[in-house]
Design a protein around this ligand. Structure first.
Ligand code: SF4
Length: 262
């Protein structure tokens, strides 16, 4: 039996940023030859791995700052850095971020119980499934179910941002059927020192999100890719596929002007 198509918040965000980028990332296998490993991705993933161990009750080996720092060294992902010096600098920065975060939660612990870490979610959306993996699910003292998401590159986050973040809305909407009698909320945690931000979703907000998400997902999965043409936009200079798109005449001037050939 054919597998049902799936869409995650990152796929949907990619499509919204640029349908052509979605095409090269997820539809045309030629795109993978142009994908670069990014140090920011390795950095964030390394920190996430340690926090997963720290909050996972089954992991007894990472319960102190000292153990967490040792776990960061063990789980450090080296890919994407330009040099050994750059990587060592990033490792030092990662240790500083982790120490500061663990010190902060020791002084101001979250009131609630961790129910899951790296929790996989799935929700049927007609012809396809919405999927995702939440960093941590916490049952708050007042009974609310809270989805935590760590932002390794951020200092500031706002409740408004939580309420419109595609991943947070998706995780909250996918969790709701399991906790129909509980308030559902989401919290973004900036690991570089700022205050966490929380938004408690109403049922209407989550229904509206699922409705819009289903429409968008149907559009993505039924897209006629032959009709998609690359359109220059602000994110192009930082995009891995600029060389592919540059073959389109509209790109020649922009690529030459910004010396984008790689
Ligand atoms: S280079 Fe620009 S148009 Fe092409 S895939 Fe990237 S973002 Fe989209």
């Amino acid at each position: 039996m054919a597998r049902r198509p799936t869409l995650s918040p990152s796929k949907i965000t990619c499509y919204l940023a640029c349908p052509q980028q979605y095409y090269w990332t997820y539809v045309n296998p030629r795109g993978k030859w142009y994908l670069r490993t990014r140090s920011t991705y390795s950095f964030g993933l390394s920190l996430h791995r340690v926090l997963e161990k720290f909050y996972d009750e089954r992991e007894q080996g990472v319960t102190t700052t000292h153990q967490a720092l040792a776990a960061l060294e063990e789980n450090w992902i080296e890919a994407g850095y330009g040099s050994a010096e750059e990587m060592q600098e990033a490792l030092g920065e990662g240790k500083a971020i982790l120490s500061q975060y663990l010190e902060e939660i020791e002084m101001r612990p979250v009131e609630g119980k961790t129910l899951h870490v790296e929790y996989r979610l799935k929700h049927p959306m007609g012809e396809w499934d919405l999927i995702g993996r939440a960093d941590r699910i916490v049952e708050r003292a007042d009974g609310a179910i809270d989805v935590f998401d760590y932002k390794s590159g951020r200092r500031d986050v706002t409740p408004e941002e939580v309420s419109t973040d595609i991943a947070m809305c998706a995780y909250a909407a996918m969790l709701r059927p399991q906790y129909l009698d509980r308030p559902i909320q989401a919290t973004l945690i900036p690991l570089r020192g700022g205050e966490p931000a929380t938004h408690r979703f109403t049922g209407e907000e989550l229904d509206e999100f699922l409705f819009a998400c289903r429409e968008l997902g149907d559009r993505i999965l039924n897209h006629e890719w032959a009709e998609v043409e690359p359109l220059p936009k602000a994110i192009c200079p930082h995009c891995d596929f600029i060389k592919l798109c540059a073959r389109d005449p509209r790109y020649a001037e922009m690529a030459a002007g910004q010396n984008l050939e790689r």
